[in-house]
Design a protein around this ligand. Structure first.
Ligand code: PEP
Ligand code: MG
Length: 312
């Protein structure tokens, strides 16, 4: 089986009727790029940059972040790298559990000041990262991705900050890609329901099912006692996913998924049939998902997905 899967490495993830999807890798540190190449990923669909901030007392500066991103870009040899802005807070704490802003623990950290909320509150934390990401975009295809978006105001704030950092870099004569795509993660159920409003202002969507399911089903993803309720096939969850894909496709932006569900072979055909265009997962999961896609007919998967949606 191993050998059979290894043979797929350089083959496209294309269905029997010719629909091709992208299979990309989730990484946490620049060292992970070795696995990305080993399993033949078509790029990085989720670079969890917060790991550079964890297990140390001082946050990395702009230069260290820039170097880490360029390292990944070089290793990927012109394949796209999706850099997610800091997703600190909740299950990813820095400095022994203290909030990065030095605040006290909150009762519901998953619903608190985390990810983009924290970054917008602390521009001194966020701006150096935005500069590092934009500077890196001069060295290869970078896509920037915003975690935990919950409303349009946050999105407009991020876009305004990106614009201002671009102006700053231009004034300094520093190179960057002026067209760098900015996408959003769909992790909050209300965003999945109103996906069409967000799609108008974003260049791509990526569905973060780990958080989306946690919030949709009210299940703390780090609480073992309620793990058994965690269900990607819950009809409510499927509606949220289907609506996001539909809205993205209608707006003409690519829709991917980077939560665990994207790398679970039990859901590959369904997601293909719902029209998902990019699957991002732990690199080692790629061969098996690719094999399923290569053995599937898109037309059949689509008709199955439509029938399933109709009975939810
Ligand atoms: C997710 O929520 O599905 C996701 C990919 O983000 P993380 O697991 O890093 O929260
Ligand atoms: Mg998440």
């Amino acid at each position: 089986r191993e050998r059979r899967l290894a043979k797929l490495k350089n083959l496209p993830a294309r269905s029997t009727d010719g629909v091709e999807v992208a299979l990309k890798a989730n990484i946490e540190l620049p060292e992970d790029v070795a696995l990305v190449t080993e399993f033949g990923a078509g790029g990085v669909g989720l670079y969890r940059t917060e790991f550079l901030y964890m297990n140390r007392s001082e946050p990395p500066g702009e230069e260290e972040q820039f170097e880490a991103y360029v390292r990944v870009l070089h290793a990927l040899k012109k394949k796209p790298v999706t850099i997610r802005t800091l997703d600190l807070g909740a299950d990813k704490q820095v400095d022994g559990g203290r909030r990065p802003d030095g605040g006290a623990h909150t009762v519901n950290p998953a619903l608190g000041l985390r990810a983009i909320r924290l970054c917008l509150r602390e521009p001194d934390l966020f701006r150096p990262q935005l500069r590092a990401i934009l500077r890196a975009s001069a060295f290869g295809p970078v896509r920037m991705m915003i975690p935990m978006l919950s409303n349009l105001d946050e999105l407009h704030q991020v876009l305004a900050l990106v614009k201002s950092v671009k102006e700053e870099l231009s004034a300094e004569g520093v190179d960057f890609d002026p067209q760098m795509p900015v996408g959003g993660m769909v992790e909050v159920p209300a965003v999945a329901m109103a996906a069409c409003s967000f799609a108008r202002h974003l260049d791509f969507f990526s569905i973060g099912t780990n958080d989306l399911i946690q919030y949709a089903l009210a299940i703390d993803r780090v609480d073992d006692d309620v793990n058994y309720l965690y269900d990607p096939m819950h009809p409510g969850v499927l509606h949220l996913i289907a609506n996001t894909i539909r809205a993205g496709r209608q707006a003409g932006i690519p829709v991917g998924m980077c939560g665990e569900m994207a790398g679970d072979p039990r859901y590959t055909r369904l997601l293909l049939g719902l029209g998902l265009q990019e699957f991002s997962m732990h690199p080692s999961a790629i061969p098996e998902v690719k094999e399923i896609i290569r053995e599937s007919s898109y037309a059949e998967a689509e008709s199955f997905a439509q029938q399933l949606l109709a009975c939810l």
